[in-house]
Write a protein of this length. Sequence first.
Length: 256
Amino acid sequence: MAEQPTPLATRVTRRGIFEDDWRARVTPARPWPVVLLHGTGHSKGLWADLGGELRADGWAVFAPDYGFRATNPLRESLDQLAPYLEAVLAATGGERVILCGHSQGGLLATLLSFGMPERVRHVVCLAAPNHGTRLGGRAAGLLKVPGAEQVLRNLVVGVWGPSALDQIAGSELTDAVAARDVTAPGVTYTCIATRTDQLISPPSSCFLDDGGAGVVQNIMVQDVHPRAVVLHEEIAGDRRVRRMVRDALDAVAAAG
């Protein structure tokens, strides 16, 4: 078998530095550590701004690099992240975590809440393909064509790696998510999407349906800031979105 080429996304230089502080501890006012999960092709430096602000707000904040810049298959990344969360809890004295993820990181946060709900208090998804993406309408239909997987490899795996296949609407993983409940018991969710997302199609793929249980808050950026143009790559660093995330976490802390 030919060796899998290195995805182009891993070769792009990313700005930002964010390091874990394993001395951080939870407090009565902030009883859950926050774990930030970057998206495909990114690194934890993505969280330099939001992570710094959350620390200033009193949270113990962590952010892993995972999955070869998040280009590995999602199941491999889940296997890597679960013990990382346990290590964060052991170090900080917390019993549950708050997860905040951008793009693939948001989908992984949702999946982690399904797999270990007793260890997750809240999930924040930023432009996450929770129900899969059509990559702007260019790729999802190919999954229904015989031999499509190889075509998709030629189109997207060379850029984003095997993780791209797992995130396309109609993949085995997204179909499995669609076939089950979209919230986990005891976990609350904040899902933030942008209408000017050029990659997650439709942008509402980020949103979760709690069946009226009141555990999900779905927010479209432009419903709060009508003139905002926030692209997929920008949402995690956008100052307005960062404010939304901080407010959401404050609300979780107030709810206890």
